[in-house]
Design a protein around this ligand. Structure first.
Ligand SMILES: [Zn+2]
Length: 397
């Protein structure tokens, strides 16, 4: 009897040790708000200045999104991560690739693209957000063009360019990746560029940007501070912040991880986008559904990333796949709601009782469902036997 009590006491001690070792991520996931209903947001980057075929793609997308409505009657919402300019190839060529000249989204040749965006915004199916003045850091591109004929050709092309065709490391706006590993930009240059892009956004959309998403998810504290200064309330993240491109050109130098609802030091609210659905790469609609079900178990919104290239390279198949995925999501979760990222950020920040759960049992269940993502915690819980009481907690919650 004594021995059994002793073993049990030791087991409790081991469990306490495991919980203590993971106290910080466990507590963060307890503090993270739990949503009362499934929420789905389609997040699509790279729209704006660029190929003129976007106008048709955007109109077809808007029509498709309007056919899918949640139980409140609201159509599906897709964010447009907007890029405000592409190179003016003729002028850059005339300057021998020594000066950058932009073709902006405000230019008359993009009238049809802008009109398609505005009509979708008006209809409530598009929510624009700032992706960047351009999908690169212009001085880095000019420097790279000196040694790289492909970059030079891209920069001087006559037709509005598709930024997807650039080497991946050069698509990062907030570092100088003309040589690898990348170098950080001067704070003053970042401040100026962020103010200019906010002004450019306002010129097109009539209001300052409120949500920002860094190109290729490479950014830093200085960028966030400049965005906050420009009026940004919410920053879309993949749950971690890479601040450089390493010697192999990959995003690296991760200096922060974040959960939805956490606040950036400069003030904006972080949101997490971590479900990926790129139909043109062969990913089936099932992916969207699985992502939604998993995020719903965790009490989280499902932010689904699907880039512009899907709807330009394989428009018919991608549109059909998106609509199938959305329809399947509604069928599987009849309580599903569509929201914009700004509405989500505000609901989370203000702990809006219409959206945020306060009852203990659903909060415990969502917390338990979040724990497996903590590196090494799952294994520690299994080895120590802590997984048993946690499973019990999940069942009874
Ligand atoms: Zn992008």
């Amino acid at each position: 009897m004594m021995a059994a009590a002793l073993i049990f006491a030791m087991l409790l001690l081991v469990w306490a040790g495991v919980l203590l070792a993971f106290a910080v991520p466990l507590a963060a996931r307890w503090r993270e708000p739990v949503l009362r209903q499934p929420v789905l947001i389609v997040e699509s980057d790279d729209w704006g200045a660029g190929p003129l075929a976007q106008a048709d793609a955007l109109r077809r997308l808007a029509a498709s999104l309007q056919r899918v409505r949640d139980r409140s009657g609201r159509p599906a919402v897709m964010t447009l991560g907007v890029v405000l300019d592409v190179p003016d190839g003729a002028r850059i060529a005339a300057a021998g690739c020594t000066e950058y000249h932009a073709l902006t989204l405000a230019d008359a040749r993009f009238d049809a693209v802008r009109a398609a965006m505005m009509d979708g915004i008006e209809a409530g199916v598009f929510a624009p957000q700032l992706h960047g003045q351009c999908h690169y850091w212009p001085p880095a591109l000019l420097a790279a063009a000196q040694a790289d004929a492909d970059v030079r050709a891209w920069l001087t092309a006559v037709e509005p360019a598709a930024t997807e065709d650039l080497p991946a490391h050069l698509q990062s706006r907030w570092v100088d990746a003309s040589a690898l590993p990348s170098r950080a930009l001067a704070a003053a240059a970042i401040g100026q560029a962020a103010a200019a892009e906010a002004a450019g956004y306002r010129a097109v959309f009539g209001n300052a940007p409120q949500v920002a998403v860094a190109t290729t998810f490479v950014w830093n504290d200085t960028v966030e501070a400049a965005w906050a200064q420009a009026g940004i309330e919410a920053v879309i993240t993949p749950g971690r912040r890479a601040t450089c491109r390493n010697a192999r050109g990959q995003p690296d130098c991760v200096d922060a991880t974040m959960l939805t609802g956490e606040q950036a030091p400069a003030g904006p609210t972080y949101l997490v986008r971590d479900v990926y659905f790129e139909p043109a790469l062969g990913q089936p609609p099932q992916r969207l559904l699985e992502g939604l079900l998993a995020r719903t178990r965790q009490g989280r919104a499902c932010l689904v990333e699907t880039h512009r290239f899907n709807f330009l390279q394989a428009p018919d198949a991608s549109l059909a796949a998106l609509e199938t995925g959305l329809t399947a999501a509604l069928a599987a979760c009849p309580g599903l709601r569509f929201l914009s990222p700004l509405e989500l950020a505000r609901a989370v920040r203000e702990r809006d009782p219409a959206w945020i759960e306060s009852r203990l049992r659903p909060r415990v269940a969502a917390w338990r469902a979040r724990l497996d993502e903590i590196p090494r915690f799952r294994r520690a819980a299994q080895l120590s036997g802590l997984a048993l009481p946690l499973a019990w907690l999940e069942r009874t919650a």
